[in-house]
Ligand binder design. Structure first.
Ligand code: 5GP
Length: 181
């Protein structure tokens, strides 16, 4: 699938991902028992994570997606978010769990949380596949997180570089030869 020299380092293997998601799914199922759970996935990065996570959740739930785009350079977040596709479901009175691929500076999530809170859900929490805690610029609360990773640009398992690598089933860093500055 990949050229031999495309990978610099594999950070998280398929097996590690599988085990972690099973753990997260169990916890979420327990915490949301008897509630009106709605998973809100952020397109497009969270799609793979959301699909696997949803299948480990054993309580009734629904899901929806929101597509946002941040202005600014490709690999940097500006925190200014534009909604490309809004939710179809009304979240008022529902227990919303935002499903993100990665929380880096936290700016995107901070913006999104404010926006969704104004729609008066019963509760709103965050589940992210990856987090780079050391890079945070704003203090957003991450309620469930898969892996805390170092300050490296990663791809795979839903995360892309120029639209590529989302389908790779593990998380890795790219050989710098393949990154255009
Ligand atoms: P934040 O606003 O938290 O700085 O950025 C969040 C968004 O930036 C993520 O949803 C993702 O699209 C992008 N991002 C941040 N770090 C990485 C990374 O290491 N790899 C990839 N592919 N995207 C990242």
């Amino acid at each position: 699938m990949l050229k031999n020299n495309e990978i610099s380092e594999i950070l998280i293997t398929e097996e590690e991902i599988k085990n972690k998601i099973t753990e997260l799914g169990k916890k979420i199922s327990k915490d949301y028992k008897g509630k009106n759970l709605i998973l809100v996935g952020i397109l497009r990065g969270a799609v793979i994570f959301m699909a696997d996570l949803a299948r480990t959740i054993s309580i009734p739930m629904v899901f929806d997606f929101i597509a946002i785009s941040s202005y600014g350079a490709e690999t940097k977040s500006s925190g200014v978010v534009r909604i490309l596709k809004d939710l179809d479901v009304n979240i008022k009175g529902k227990d919303v769990l935002i499903v993100e691929d990665i929380v880096d500076t936290g700016l995107t999530l901070d913006y999104l949380l404010r926006m969704l809170k104004s729609r008066k859900p019963a509760s709103i929490k965050v589940c992210t596949f990856l987090t780079k805690t050391a890079r945070r610029k704003v203090n957003v609360k991450v309620d469930y997180s898969g892996f805390d990773i170092p300050n490296k640009f990663v791809v795979g398992y839903g995360l892309d570089y120029a639209g590529k690598y989302r389908n790779v089933p593990y998380v890795f860093t790219l050989n710098s030869k393949f990154i255009q500055e």
